[in-house]
Design a protein around this ligand. Structure first.
Ligand code: UT7
Length: 332
């Protein structure tokens, strides 16, 4: 049987920074409130002509270069995004494949909001274990600034832009294998976090550009409570099912939505500070890109070593959630 190994990581963050101070001139908020309630100090904002696929391509190039594989070795690209270059079609993954110069490759997007990276990791794992594919490029990429309402202080303080990519490859070596991935969803909570306009569910006239803009809306506090409850239960169960103690986790890499959510889950697992990977202060919430951007951060700091175990967890619109136990297994 083939196993799925997490071979390499890459990420891209736009250069423009939007600080809490700047936001406090745009909406009724303060640096103190944002820092205390979220842990975010600043976020990156893509240039006007910079697309989600442009950022995904930059992250992918790094992941490919670090994998030791040639781009021609890839047989699939999956992109997780809620801010695609084009709503409906073509998929951002196909645009990325073209920009990478890859032809005749399977490419598609999935929509699982902030849980997107954990979802595409689980799809890649399953397709590799089935023997269908050998080397899959997975990308979480978001230009959330394009769907953020900068007059809504409940959301605009949270979100930023960026991309992260990883290569998942077939291996015979069980020690290199991704151990387990949990994914779940509960559509009963769909209205807590959504872009209500623009789709076939929209109550607005599709020709009314103003009304059909795709800004995110969130019931923040309710989302927060479900996030803490669901994630805590899920990561505890995942470790228990796999007989793994929390001391064995080298890096807890949570979706970077809010420092208080990360802390609550970390505390439930009795994790030490040095086990928890935090990028929320400098990137904010980049949805499907946040986990691979955070993995890339520890990789570039030389903190992620071959064979080390990562615990990933994520929660987002849908509502969706997931967690994954992933050893870092670069080609030697
Ligand atoms: O990534 C995917 C999933 N998303 C999440 O996980 C996000 C989850 N939610 C959150 O991170 C938090 O709920 C927020 C950061 C969005 C909000 O924090 P909170 O502690 O839940 O605040 P709240 O919504 O309960 O609001 C508390 C107060 C309210 O004022 P009153 O009614 O007490 O007078 C809000 O109007 O804070 C006010 N408020 C603000 N004040 C200053 C809300 N947003 C702001 C703001 N600046 N930006």
């Amino acid at each position: 049987m083939a196993y799925a190994a997490f071979r390499s990581i890459g990420a891209y963050a736009p250069t423009d920074i939007l600080t809490n101070e700047e936001l406090s001139k745009m909406v009724d908020t303060t640096d103190e409130w944002i820092t205390k309630r979220t842990g975010i100090k600043e976020r990156r904002i893509a240039a006007k002509d910079e697309t989600t696929s442009d950022m995904g391509v930059e992250a992918a190039k790094k992941a490919i270069q670090r994998s030791g594989l040639a781009k021609e070795d890839l047989d699939m690209i999956i992109c997780a995004t809620i801010s695609p270059d084009y709503f409906c079609m073509p998929s951002t993954a196909t645009i990325i494949s073209n920009k990478l110069g890859l032809r005749n490759i399977t490419a598609f997007d999935i929509s699982a909001a902030c849980t997107g990276f954990v979802y595409i990791l689980s799809i890649a794992k399953a397709l590799i274990e089935s023997g269908m594919k050998k080397n899959i490029l997975i990308i979480g990429a978001e230009k959330l600034s394009a769907i953020t309402d900068y007059s809504d202080r409940g959301t605009c303080i949270l979100f930023g832009d960026g991309a992260g990519a990883a290569i998942i490859s077939a291996t015979d070596n069980k020690d290199e294998a991704i151990i387990d991935i949990h994914t779940g969803a509960d559509g009963e909570y769909a209205d807590l976090l959504m872009t209500p306009n623009g789709g076939s569910g929209s109550i607005h006239d599709s020709l009314d550009q103003e009304a059909s803009s795709c800004f995110m809306q969130m019931k923040g506090n309710e989302t927060f409570k479900v996030a803490v409850r669901t994630l805590t239960k899920d990561v505890v169960e995942n470790l228990k099912e796999n007989n793994i103690e929390s001391e064995a986790i080298n890096h807890f890499v949570p979706h970077q939505a809010n420092y208080r959510i990360i802390k609550a889950v970390g505390d439930a697992l009795k994790l030490k500070e040095e086990q928890v990977v935090l990028t929320v202060a400098k990137y904010g919430n980049t949805s499907g890109a946040s986990i691979p951007m955070a993995i890339n951060d520890i990789y570039e700091q030389g903190k992620l070593k071959s064979g080390e175990l990562m615990l990933l967890d994520a929660f987002g619109g849908g509502l969706t959630w997931g967690s994954a136990l992933v050893p870092f297994s670069p080609l030697k």
